[in-house]
Design a protein around this ligand. Sequence first.
Ligand code: GLU
Length: 582
Amino acid sequence: MSWLGIKPLFFSVLCIGSLLAHASNPIIVPEVASGFSAIKSANYSKAMAVTANPHASRAAVKILRQGGSAVDAAIAAQLVLGLVEPQSSGIGGGAFMLHWQARSGELVVWDGRETAPASVSEAYYINTDGQPMDFFSAVIGGHSVGVPGVLAMLEASHKEHGKLPWANLFKPAIILAEQGFAISERLHILLSRMPRVAVNPQIREYFFHRSETGWQPKTEGSVLQNLAYAQTLRRLAALGVTDFYQGELAKQIVQAVNNDPNRPGRLSLPDMKAYQPKKREALCGQFRIYRICGVPPPSSGGTTVLAILGLLEAYESRYGEHADWHHSFIEASKLAFADRNAYVGDPAFVSVPTQGMIDRDYLHQRAMLIRNNSVLSNVNAGLPPGAEPRLSSNSPEFPSTTHLSIVDAEGNVVSMTSSIETAFGSRIMIGGFLLNNQLTDFSFMPRTADGMPVANRVQSGKRPRSSMSPTIVFKDGRALLVIGSPGGTRIINYVAGSLYRILAKQLPLAEAIADGHIIAMGYGVELESGRVDESTLIRLRERGHNIVLRDQTSGLHVIRIDEKAGLEGGADPRREGEISGF
Ligand code: GLU
């Protein structure tokens, strides 16, 4: 493994204490950051897994070495991540997986997004006074839990793309859960800093210990065994996921959600039984000489990443080398987010002008709104081809989540982003795993002031809008780049910005993902603390951009595939990811 140096301008190993996110943005306050390591980069010749945790990357590579497929490795990694990075993803959550089969050239999206219970209505998150609930009151408890989709999705994709037996993929996680693993720095920090983690006895007893001053998070390095999780995994390995959706585990989940002392939910056994993962067509668009493919609605990731890049390309064709990359990225992002906020919801419930939102002519027209020396304010959604007019709506997303990039020895690719939504999800733990709070990704307000229905309002059986953006880039028909990130709504900017840096600016892979992020979701601009030079700040402020500096918590995990040079991996220095391979 080679550890690259980093340009002094960008290099900062920040102390943890200074990494608390500023609450300067009233709409979204991210999970705390947990440090910045040296740039992580590595090269292997045959197969590679880049995930958020060394145990998970190594489990994936173990499976790859046994002849497992990229999907097999993703399953093993996900089961380990649910143990060692439990705050971010797990079998109690949902995911989107983009899969490319090298031999056939088949590209598919597996949608394992959670669904709302049948009994909910659009006023689900409205208090009796007509006002939306406070975000964390809505998050904590059974009220926020959607039917988890990860397992059903993994099983369905394994049936099509798996090579090793299902039960074998559970072994690394079962062994680690029984032997125990050391609590990582990041897990410890999140246990200390996220609001109200220990509200339920199962969580308290697992992650905390009693001290003279009350319950304290177990220290970094303490060994945590999770026998309940090992037992759950043994059942799933032997019985398949039917047990989770229709058997004993389904009963335990429903009982825990509906009797949660914090805020009970309304999940039923028929809701669990009805869950179906969906196989969807990937959403692809052209950027320069590359074909960029992502996931369609109910995630807003694919449309918005592609729209940002399309707008940038259109704008740059007008201004050429005089375009200021920070300025044009900010303006393109504002325009793309306005459309995202207005139009994207679950396509089974609302009509989403998916192709219209990334249409080249439409983006060329939209890009005409960008000015070289002034700043767009109060950006409204456009009217993409095929769209019915809609007003914007927002829903807060608090980053937890994880991204896995995997290439197997046959060149098959998995790009998968997986989430239980907020760090530690709904704070409900059963069977050794945490249940998601993904329903809070719906818009809390179902109607606009003049009564128009909001695309992402709560509806029974619907999937909440996501920002997850697992992506694969192709050149000349071959997979070239695998990328994705956690980070709530900011995922879109993390992924679009990194793609631009890698493909257009041609920065080295690991440097590109370490570069300071630019976030522009329509209400001010965030640049990354310690990772932007003073002259850029001055220049942008002089143009009229309203900028705040804050820490960012991307977890970009990237693989570049080169027919001759092999595989090059990059793991985000902002998290604990590892690149493994052979
Ligand atoms: N719930 C978010 C989504 O589905 C992801 C949250 C995160 O990245 O932390 O887009």
